[in-house]
Design a protein around this ligand. Structure first.
Ligand SMILES: [Zn+2]
Length: 283
């Protein structure tokens, strides 16, 4: 069986062809060109599907997309102005009509959770929380063995929990949101501000070499990150917390810091489980 897999992000579209075991081949990346709008993007998705169809006779197409997605109809309910005109677009209908194969679409963080449960860090785990750290903070909730999407497909918007009331203004029009303090973009901004122009991998090198200034900034960020996580763990009592996003490449250093700080904020029974894992770990 061959499934065309497409991940639509704000800056790039990543694709691959998957078999029924989740093994990928022909990975490719294309620029999203988000500023050119929804119709342009839709044309691009159809072009990509056509390319994949030439490589393999596809049995279906699975799409992961930024924005809020109606997974029943495969429609974008809401996308920010990053991709103008993308909201309301019935992506799956257009894809399945043109290629005459079934098409599905879900929000990118939900897809991360589904993938991690299928072949990744949360394999055979029924209750877990997925947190992706990037420009913002995305969340997906896996409860009793299935994805919890919420009444209007908008569950798990954990990035906009208020962490510091009256704090930094956010794109959602509120102030003090979790992602304004604990996303990797927030860490990056603090690092730039305090230590000058520096990419995050270089910052992590400084932490590893014991630089005191870097460690102080890192610990403050970890403290904000785990304060939010602790509330979520108290509500959901998950057995695993899967950490995703580019920053999860920092591996054990990040994982250990999160786990240690999180455990100081939990009650004994929650602490017993709540095992932090990095995205993409195959067992
Ligand atoms: Zn917000």
């Amino acid at each position: 069986m061959y499934i065309g897999a497409i991940d639509i992000g704000g800056t790039s579209i990543k694709t691959a062809i998957s078999n029924e075991y989740g093994e990928l081949k022909n990975p490719k990346a294309y620029p999203t060109e988000a500023d050119k709008g929804g119709s342009h993007l839709m044309g691009k998705i159809l072009m990509i599907c056509e390319e994949m169809q030439v490589q393999e006779n596809l049995d279906g197409i699975a799409i992961s997309s930024a924005g809020q997605v109606d997974a029943d109809t495969g429609t974008i309910i809401y996308a920010t102005d990053t991709i103008p005109g993308y909201s309301g677009m019935n992506v799956c209908e257009q894809v399945s009509t043109k290629f005459n194969v079934p098409a599905t679409m879900d929000n990118d963080v939900n897809c991360t959770a589904l993938g991690e449960q299928w072949v990744g860090a949360a394999r055979n785990v029924n209750d877990f929380l997925t947190v992706t750290l990037g420009t913002g903070i995305g969340g997906a909730l896996f409860i009793n063995g299935s994805l919890y999407r919420g009444t209007t497909f908008s569950g798990g918007e954990i990035g906009h929990m208020i962490l510091h009331p009256g704090g930094k203004p956010c794109t959602c029009m509120q102030a003090g949101c979790y992602e304004r303090y604990a996303s990797s973009a927030a860490l990056s901004a603090t690092v730039q501000q305090q230590l000058g122009d520096m990419e995050l991998p270089v910052f992590f090198e400084r932490i590893r070499s014991g630089n005191a200034e870097a460690i102080v900034l890192f610990e403050r960020w970890i403290d904000d990150l785990t304060t939010g996580l602790a509330s979520l763990v108290l509500i959901l009592n998950p057995s695993v917390v899967v950490i995703g996003g580019g920053i999860s490449a920092q591996g054990e250093l990040l994982k250990e810091a999160i786990q240690t700080s999180l455990e100081t904020k939990l009650m004994p029974n929650h602490k017993k489980r709540a095992d932090c894992r990095a995205c993409g770990k195959r067992e």
